[in-house]
Design a protein around this ligand. Structure first.
Ligand code: PLP
Length: 396
């Protein structure tokens, strides 16, 4: 059976270019960039070359890029650092949204326990917030605004440039978790007024376990991993040069092909949405227009998302019911709840996240199979029976 992988928001397959870029560092170029001898200095040159290329893709300076072990670490460091530096000036308030990734939300929960105050801006039913709402939430004691660039579950793209402009005007540090955006939609830290930005290689066909934090020059960055002087004393530990090389190659490739990929993906996405919404009592989650070209998130009333996923997996379709980080727990996704969906609807959600490696044939296969599985599950669902008998009202 063929595998149809449509869980690219969880992770992506590595591109050939990313693998090729990585290989020399697994085989021949083994030096430690901190070593003073030639073998080390060759490694150092490659490290700085990767930094330069990544900086170019984001429109920043190489020295504004700090390599990390991924998006989670970058989020943790950016938020903790901005919080600590705010606290030093008596500012212990942070503004965010209710539907951030757990790398952001769980960091903030910890900060709350340490005496910080966090405002969680509610998102609207389409999964959006406005810059005006951010502006209204900023107080004299606000140290940081952290708002994701694009949501990993419902795919909405937030007005980052506008939010950045608001923060700059008010003198508040602005961080964005851009893990779902970088390499997928245009990101320009200067034009979009971004002070700190997190990215992760494995979300754009690079290696897993490597990412970066952009920090605008002049914004202080604290260190959380103590040890050597790597990353200009901001992140100790011998650099993952193979991973970093794969990240630079993958990002360059993604940026070079971005407009072509966006067009292709949007067409596949729209065909999927059209096909899946033909299922009665189904609903698209997340704004129809302001969404990633790769994201489809649909709810089907009367079924369990987990059962849907397992039956789809049996047909070779690898999808998700939301965030990979919450699967395994039976709680509905905090993102869908933040959009105001009732628990019973949020439970029946299906996220299909595409990459340019997906094909029109795969999309047709999904459109053929999903409705069959939904119908099968509804036929054995006591909830669906009650809905059909009119004992309970349909919610969608
Ligand atoms: C995947 C993801 C992360 C975590 O990145 P890792 O590199 O896996 O740690 C953070 N934020 C968002 C929005 C993500 O999609």
């Amino acid at each position: 059976m063929k595998t149809v992988y449509v869980d690219n928001a969880a992770t992506t397959a590595m591109s050939d270019k990313a693998i090729e870029a990585m290989t020399p560092f697994l085989k021949g170029v083994y030096g430690n960039p901190s070593s003073l001898h030639t073998v080390g200095q060759v490694a150092k040159e490659h490290l700085e070359d990767a930094r330069e290329r990544i900086a170019k893709c984001l429109n920043c300076e190489p020295r504004e890029i700090f390599f990390t072990s991924g998006g989670s670490e970058a989020d943790n460091q950016a938020i903790r650092s901005a919080a600590q530096n705010g606290a030093r000036k008596g500012k212990k308030h942070i503004v965010t949204t209710a539907f951030e990734h757990h790398a952001v939300l769980h960091t903030l929960k910890k900060l709350e326990k340490e005496g910080y105050e966090v405002t969680y801006l509610p998102v609207d039913k389409d999964g959006l917030i406005t810059a005006e709402e951010v502006a209204a939430a900023i107080r004299p004691d606000t140290a940081l605004v952290t708002v994701m660039f694009a949501n990993n579950e419902v795919g909405t793209v937030l007005p980052i440039a506008e939010i950045g402009a608001v923060c700059r005007k008010k003198g508040v540090v602005f961080h964005t978790d851009a893990v779902q955006a970088v390499g997928h939609i245009p990101v320009d830290v200067k034009a979009q007024n971004i002070d700190m930005l997190s990215l992760s290689a494995h979300k754009f066909h690079g290696a897993k376990g490597v990412g970066a934090l952009y920090v605008k020059r002049g914004i202080p960055l604290n260190t959380f991993i103590d040890g050597g002087a790597q990353e200009r004393n901001k992140r100790a530990g011998t650099e993952n040069l193979a991973g970093i090389a794969s990240m630079a190659a993958a990002l360059e490739e993604a940026c070079a092909n971005m407009s072509v990929n966006c067009k292709k993906l949007a067409a596949l996405r729209d065909r999927l949405i059209e096909g899946l919404l033909k299922v009665p009592h189904s609903k698209l989650n997340g704004d129809r227009a302001k969404r990633l070209p790769s994201n489809v998130n649909v709810c089907f009333e009367g079924i369990e998302g987990e059962s849907l996923l397992l039956l789809l997996d049996a047909k070779g379709i690898c999808a998700s019911s939301g965030s990979a980080c919450t699967s395994g727990s039976l709680d509905p996704s905090h993102v869908l709840l933040a959009l105001g969906l009732p628990h019973e609807i949020a439970h029946g959600s299906l996220r299909l996240s595409l990459s340019e490696y997906n094909t029109a044939e795969e999309v047709e296969y999904i459109i053929e199979e999903v409705p069959k599985v939904v119908e099968y599950l509804r036929n054995i669902s006591p909830v669906w029976e009650e809905l059909e008998k009119g004992l309970k009202p349909h919610l969608i």
